[in-house]
Write a protein that binds this ligand. Structure first.
Ligand SMILES: [Zn+2]
Length: 398
């Protein structure tokens, strides 16, 4: 570990020299960029098991080379998730591990690389998943490597858990995430930072996914218009009701995001369905929104409604445990003259699960950039060294 020179006082020599660490990561910046490129160039859309399994196998080899014990958690419906355990120094046998949490699935379909290649220009690195969150995985790798270089062995046990299905609700990985979190001293989530100032995320909204199915009565639109009961008309009236559930001041939003229905223009539609995204700011809003959705009544008595789904992720609230981790992160950042901001965001992550269990969780420790899930997704390369420094410091001190 880099330390102050011998001629300084005993007290000062116990402090890691943060400037040396920052220099270390600046010297390794090109290697970090190379790692991100390796990961971005293995496409891994959530819905393509074969591709996601390929990046899992690649990362298993990579982390194994660092001395981690790797374990693939098999899934039939999604890609396999990857757990990597590093033991800590033998002098700290009872120290709980810190859990580094991330995902390698992306929202981009196979073939996206052809139109959105991984490239570096003007200090930015572009490519599908560069920000969300392949740069975060690269930061984990290089922070662990650095801690090993500085200390000889990791100062404490570290568990890395990389999931295969975060972008589609984490259905196959959630239980494992929660079990690992329960055994950990704290959870560091390497999802992208908030905004170009690189704020960490200390609060996230909760997320619900619902589906509203309407069954009506089909009829010929020309011959028997009076006999039909349109599922589409009924659904459109329900959408107006749903719109009234929005309460942006209190952080509740309800979005009718995907609509399907009908078969032909000359048929009164017998079926229609709606995919709904719900966001809530506090856990206690969950049951209220859920109840309102489940008690929707049809306007047309000949139509029936069926609602499925639930609040999938409770909000990540800024608990005392979360605030304490943020304070730690701030003080590490201050060592290199960096004012680290915090942010509350509307998107959910697996950090919602672990924070919801009461495990101290800090999110948004990953790459800095913009355009997650969009064609202009990029990270700012010059931010990588201090993000790696922050992560290494947090692994030591959580
Ligand atoms: Zn993500």
């Amino acid at each position: 570990m880099p330390r102050k020179k011998k001629n300084e006082s005993e007290a000062a020599s116990a402090q890691p020299a943060w400037a040396d660490r920052l220099r270390y990561f600046s010297q390794h910046q090109d290697r970090m960029v190379a790692t991100i490129r390796e990961l971005v160039e293995i496409e891994s859309p959530s819905d393509n098991k074969q591709s996601v399994d390929r990046i899992a196998a690649f990362l298993a080899r990579k982390f194994k080379a660092l001395g981690g014990r790797t374990q693939l958690h098999r899934s039939d419906d999604f890609g396999d998730s990857l757990q990597i355990d590093f033991s800590g120094a033998s002098t700290m046998p009872n120290c709980k591990p810190v859990l580094l949490l991330g995902h390698y699935d992306t929202v981009y379909p196979l073939g996206t690389l052809a139109n959105m290649p991984c490239k570096v220009e003007n200090g930015r690195m572009r490519g599908p998943g560069a920000l969300d969150m392949k740069s975060g995985i690269a930061l984990m790798f290089h922070a662990i490597e650095a801690l090993q270089a500085w200390h000889g062995e990791l100062p404490r046990p570290v568990t890395v858990f990389l999931v295969s299905d975060e972008e589609v609700g984490s259905h196959s990985s959630r239980k494992i995430t929660e079990a690992l979190a329960r055994k950990s001293a704290g959870v560091l989530v390497l999802e992208p930072a908030a905004g170009l100032r690189g704020a960490v995320k200390t609060a996230r909204k909760g997320v619900g996914e619902y589906m509203l199915h309407v069954r009506g009565v089909a009829a010929h639109a020309g011959l028997d218009p009076g006999k039909g009961h349109s599922a589409i008309l009924e659904l459109s009236r329900q959408i107006a009701v749903l719109a009234k559930l929005n309460n942006l001041r209190q952080g509740v939003s309800v979005n009718p995001g995907v609509i399907h229905g009908g078969t032909r223009t000359n048929v009164i539609a017998a079926d229609a369905s709606l995919g709904i995204d719900v966001r809530i700011k506090s856990a206690k809003q969950a049951s209220g929104v859920d109840r309102k959705l489940r008690s929707l009544k049809p306007f047309d008595k000949h139509c029936t409604l069926e609602i499925t789904g639930n609040i999938n992720r409770l909000p990540m609230e800024r608990t005392a445990g979360v605030a304490a981790l943020y304070k730690k992160a701030q003080s590490i950042a201050r060592e290199v003259g960096w004012t680290l901001d915090e942010a509350a965001v509307g998107g959910g992550s697996d950090g919602n699960f672990t924070a919801g269990m009461g495990i101290p969780t800090l999110d948004g420790l990953g790459g800095v950039g913009e355009g997650a899930h969009a064609t202009h997704e990029f990270i700012v390369i010059s931010e990588l060294p201090r993000r790696a420094l922050l992560l290494a410091g947090m692994i030591e001190s959580v």
